[in-house]
Design a protein around this ligand. Structure first.
Ligand SMILES: [Zn+2]
Length: 294
């Protein structure tokens, strides 16, 4: 279509010039004819090689864009094949190495952290939690954690040993519970605050004991408390205690009762044989935010 319109335009110019200066036209007519022919030829040449390119380009580029899960289509990327390949590595990888790693290992969870995730990490920092982002976790059996964190301390005062891989919500709930409930309770009962939490497991890709359903541990959404260490060096072990250890028993029962709510599942010594030597706390989502505490 542009070809025809341009042709008409060229003809119109020829016509006008013809009327305005017949004598000049006589002299230059061969030149006008040559110009007209050149114009036609140039349009024909210009169009034929471009057509296939224009038609082919979107089809060739679209699959590439989709493979990247729409992430790169931010409008700033002209669809030129030569510009594409270097782009994901250069731009995004340079800014956020952690995200780039996710993009390569686990495309489905490669999305940037949500606003809530970012806000949660900010709250962790405000609580004094020491953590680093852990690469996304995913397993064929369904275990997954898109934004796990490796947590080394629940505050400036309380370490977690060994370092624990949890999602941000679980890390936050644990840090708050330690600060607001567990450590003050230890101070009340033993006269010394908690300086370390020794856990038995955090992220573990496994099903619930004796069941096929995945454990909350498989989503980095659970933490097992094995013992806590106090500032005076005493270690309070989570397990059923002899009568002589009344303080420990009191501490455990208070912690356990208070944990039901901040954590959605609370299990421990007496729940079943699997929980005889630790507290299991998790943030399993149940209908109406219900809890399961045994
Ligand atoms: Zn557990």
């Amino acid at each position: 279509m542009p070809h025809r319109i341009a042709s008409r335009g060229a003809n119109a110019i020829l016509f006008v010039m013809t009327i305005r200066s017949r004598s000049a036209f006589a002299a230059f007519s061969p030149l006008f004819i040559v110009l007209g022919l050149l114009a036609e030829a140039s349009f024909a040449l210009a169009q034929s090689p471009e057509l296939p390119a224009e038609m082919a380009a979107p089809d060739l580029l679209r699959p590439m864009a989709e493979e990247k899960a729409g992430k790169l289509d931010d409008g700033a990327t002209p669809p030129t094949p030569t510009a594409r390949p270097g782009e994901p590595e250069g731009g995004k990888a340079g800014e956020k190495p952690a995200d780039a790693g996710k993009e390569k290992t686990e495309p489905k969870t490669a999305a940037k952290p949500s606003d809530e995730e970012i806000a949660c990490r900010k709250r962790l920092s405000d609580l004094g939690v020491e953590f680093t982002p852990h690469p996304p976790l995913a397993d064929a059996s369904g275990c997954s954690a898109p934004f796990p964190l490796t947590v080394t301390a629940l505050s400036e005062k309380v370490e977690i040993r060994p370092e624990a891989v949890m999602n941000c919500r679980m890390a936050e709930a644990t840090a708050r519970f330690m600060r607001d409930v567990a450590s003050p309770e230890a101070e009340n009962i033993f006269g010394a605050p908690i300086v370390a939490l020794n856990h038995a497991s955090a992220y573990v890709c496994r099903s619930r004991n004796g069941q096929t359903k995945l454990s909350e541990h498989a989503f980095a959404n659970a933490l097992d408390w094995a013992s806590v260490e106090l500032a005076n060096g005493e270690v309070i072990t989570i397990a059923r205690q002899p009568l002589s250890e009344q303080k420990n028993s009191k501490f455990q029962s208070r912690i356990r009762r208070a944990a039901c709510g901040p954590f959605k599942t609370v299990l421990g010594p007496g729940s079943d044989a699997d929980h005889a030597d630790h507290f299991h706390f998790d943030l399993a989502q149940r209908r109406n935010g219900g809890t399961y505490c045994r």
